[in-house]
Design a binder for this molecule. Structure first.
Ligand SMILES: CC(=O)Nc1cnc2ccccc2c1
Length: 433
């Protein structure tokens, strides 16, 4: 079966590549994805978070925010046959908020929920970036203080440690949006510009400083405010922050100090550091924000999150304090590749069962069936030469080869070969486990 590129090369062959910006997961890639997602799930279990799920398709209204965020500008939205405006979700948080409201915000709190879901963006392919990725989300609803953030940070650190990533490879930068709030108040910048400013200054480090200044000025900020914002966001320590902002930043500083002391108790203090330039690019964050980055590379964000205490009221509900993070499946895999931490994953087949000639296919099925009922994963091989079967057993890393032969079967026996030790023996067919 030749490897076709696309319909263009051979008349009548359908386009074989998945749509632009999307991926297939053939077995070897699916094993790596399953390995990563199993770690996401195990950490969620350790943290006593409950799994939830949502449709990939949501009402477009859930994501319309007019704050100039990249993911809402690249919304994969369309009108369905019922004339409804719908969208492939670009993120998970609004769906979580929708379900919390739907269940009634008086439901017993706190809620600790996690999900792993595919998210979409319609990116002009000029940048050749992907249009979908999978994101692990962990969110806490109903905990107003930074104890919730401390739990989320532990989840992130547990995940990295399980993958073999050390705090020398990756750090977690954290700050509070209350810092920016104080600066904007100092220059009496109107509140409605707050989210726009956050989205713009989130590009610090990705865009040049004067491009940022230009964008801030074009949103209507007075020049001294622009200078003040950039100066404050360049501060590298809490004590500097206190000196520069004085009592105005007391709340932000108190939150951060509490979070750092929790970090000591949890034992992950060497993973985190204060960095006033962290604001994250999502409009709805209101307090602590954080992002994990690789200390060597081009400082890509591996995951990120923060507190969003006012999101539910934007959907017309009572507010419920909330915080959470999203952890994508792309940057982490690149990091693991660079660090030589990718696992070698082979199929997990326990037994290969093979009838030595065709009239033994029935008995072989019977042997395979009883092994499967005993929880063994069995590959029942038919119409192959024995030579092929040995090679296949190696390839799939099977533990045992069970050969059903005529003379043995007549004595109620089968031949078993342990592939690791090469030892071979007969066993009563009915007693094979
Ligand atoms: C590195 C990468 O693929 N990022 C990515 C890919 N697809 C997305 C889709 C929606 C939102 C964010 C996304 C982010």
């Amino acid at each position: 079966h030749g490897c076709h590129g696309s319909a263009a090369t051979e008349a009548g062959v359908v386009e074989l590549n998945p749509p632009r910006g999307t991926r297939d997961f053939p077995p070897e890639e699916m094993r790596l994805r399953t390995w990563l997602f199993d770690h996401f799930r195990e950490v969620s279990r350790l943290m006593a978070f409950e799994e939830v799920d949502f449709p990939v398709l949501e009402s477009e209204a859930l994501f319309v925010r007019k704050a100039g965020e990249e993911i809402t500008e690249q919304l994969y939205s369309f009108e369905d046959k019922g004339g409804r405006r719908v969208a492939l979700r670009p993120e998970i948080t609004p769906s979580l908020a929708r379900l919390v409201i739907r269940r009634g915000t008086s439901a017993p709190l706190p809620l600790k929920w996690f999900t792993i879901g595919q998210c979409w963006r319609y990116e002009r392919m000029t940048r050749g970036r992907r249009r979908e990725h999978y994101q692990w989300n962990m969110d806490v609803f109903g905990v107003p203080g930074v104890r919730a953030e401390a739990e989320l940070l532990q989840a992130i650190v547990l995940l990295f440690e399980r993958l073999g990533v050390a705090s020398s490879d990756v750090g977690i930068r954290l700050s509070s949006r209350k810092v920016l709030q104080v600066v904007l108040d100092m220059y009496s910048v109107p509140q409605h510009l707050f989210t726009k400013v956050c989205v713009i200054v989130d590009k610090l480090g990705k865009m040049s400083r004067d491009e940022i200044e230009k964008e801030l000025v074009s949103t209507g900020l007075p020049c001294e405010a622009v200078q003040g914002i950039i100066d404050v966001l360049s501060l590298k320590s809490l004590s500097e922050l206190e000196q520069v902002l004085g009592s105005g930043a007391a709340e932000a500083v108190a939150d951060l100090k509490k979070l750092f002391s929790f970090a000591e108790q949890y034992g992950y203090a060497d993973w985190i550091c204060f960095d006033a330039s962290v604001v994250r690019g999502l409009a709805y964050y209101t307090g602590i924000v954080f992002e994990a980055f690789d200390r060597q590379g081009e400082l890509r964000a591996i995951c990120g999150g923060g507190r969003y205490d006012r999101l539910l009221s934007t959907f017309g509900s009572e507010d419920v304090p909330a915080c959470g993070f999203g952890f994508g499946d792309a940057v982490i895999v690149e990091l693991l590749k660079e660090k030589g931490l990718l696992p070698h994953l082979s199929p997990q087949i326990d037994d290969i069962v093979f009838p030595l000639d065709d009239e033994l296919q029935g008995p072989a099925s019977c042997v395979a069936s009883s092994l499967r009922k005993n929880g063994r994963s069995v590959d029942l091989v038919q119409d192959k030469r024995l030579k092929w079967v040995f090679k296949h057993a190696e390839r799939v890393n099977a533990s045992r080869l069970v050969l059903v032969g005529k003379s043995e079967w007549e004595r109620g026996m089968v031949r078993v070969k342990i592939l690791s030790t090469k030892e071979e023996f007969e066993v009563k067919a009915g007693e094979l486990q």
